[in-house]
Design a protein around this ligand. Structure first.
Ligand code: SAM
Length: 266
């Protein structure tokens, strides 16, 4: 995969040289280029922003430097139609499903906004060259797109083949099957009056798998009931259904429904 990031603060993306993503770049699994938007300006002051039409607070990023920068990265792979991700609190929300979808692409381009954002005409114009996706990290406002890009590139990059040493660890993670991950423990088994759940020391793999599945349901129900409501009950085993019934969930029309007054078992 090739990733291009355009920003007025290219140094912000330096952490992408570290850890698994840094190694993936070194190993040639991921080509990642960071471009300074200011190199695509033509005036002495390398201006990238101006006052908003219609008045109001703050500045807006000018269209032409963005067009120049995006034309330049699109030309790097002629004939392809890269996905242009525009980080924005007004975009669709980033999640694991979108990370998987984007990990299938050949080229991703990220346009890091600053100030009040990018002149909207860039988003319209860019559709001639790119599949454009405004994407939000969550319902809060950051100062710029760079932190959002760090998070998204890490989430997408770790799904590329060969990046994470043991691909099994991707399968069992939170959100990979619509649920949160079960709790994990390591040695020592007894620590400051807190013991590891005995089942994990039993060596009974069937029972451990069952316990972990139950913990996934319990945790998800406690922390993210919204995920429970959206969970596809078609994939549930008989043991799952029993665990869910114990937690106060019924299956109604192929979906999980919390029983009124049903308590989450601890
Ligand atoms: N005025 C914009 C609004 O209310 O939608 C917010 C602009 S914000 C200060 C500057 C830039 O930070 C945005 O253009 C975007 O690139 C980035 N940004 C801020 N919050 C974000 C979020 N939740 N997800 C992704 N990017 C975000």
């Amino acid at each position: 995969m090739r990733i291009d990031v355009v920003s007025i603060f290219p140094e912000y993306l330096a952490p992408l040289e570290l850890s698994l993503i840094g190694k993936a770049r070194q190993d040639g699994l991921l080509e990642l280029n960071v471009h300074d938007l200011r190199t695509f300006t033509t005036d002495k002051h390398r201006t990238v922003d101006d006052t908003p039409y219609g008045g109001g607070a703050g500045m807006v990023m000018k269209a032409e430097p963005w067009a120049q920068a995006l034309e330049s990265v699109a030309a790097a792979r002629e004939g392809s139609r890269p996905v242009l991700i525009v980080p924005s609190p007004a975009g669709e929300k980033f999640n694991q499903a979108l990370a998987y979808e984007l990990a299938e692409e050949e080229q991703l381009v990220f346009a890091c906004g600053r100030y009040e954002g990018i002149d909207e005409r860039v988003i319209d114009w860019a559709q001639e060259h790119f599949t454009v996706r405004p994407v939000s990290l969550g319902d809060y406002v950051l100062n710029g797109g760079e932190v959002a890009v760090l998070a998204m590139v890490e989430a997408i990059g770790r799904l590329l083949p060969g990046v994470v040493g043991n691909p099994e660890s991707l399968v069992e993670e939170s959100h990979s099957d619509g649920l949160l991950e079960y709790p994990v423990y390591t040695k020592p088994s007894a620590w400051r009056e807190h013991d590891v759940p005995p089942i994990l020391l039993s060596g009974n793999h069937g029972k451990i798998a069952q316990w972990r599945r139950h913990e996934q349901f319990r945790r998800t129900a406690e922390r993210r009931p919204d995920l429970m409501e959206g969970f596809d009950a078609g994939v549930l085993s008989r043991a799952d259904r029993q665990a869910l019934a114990d937690l106060g969930y019924d299956v109604v029309d192929g979906r999980l429904k919390a029983r009124p007054g049903g308590d989450i078992e601890n």
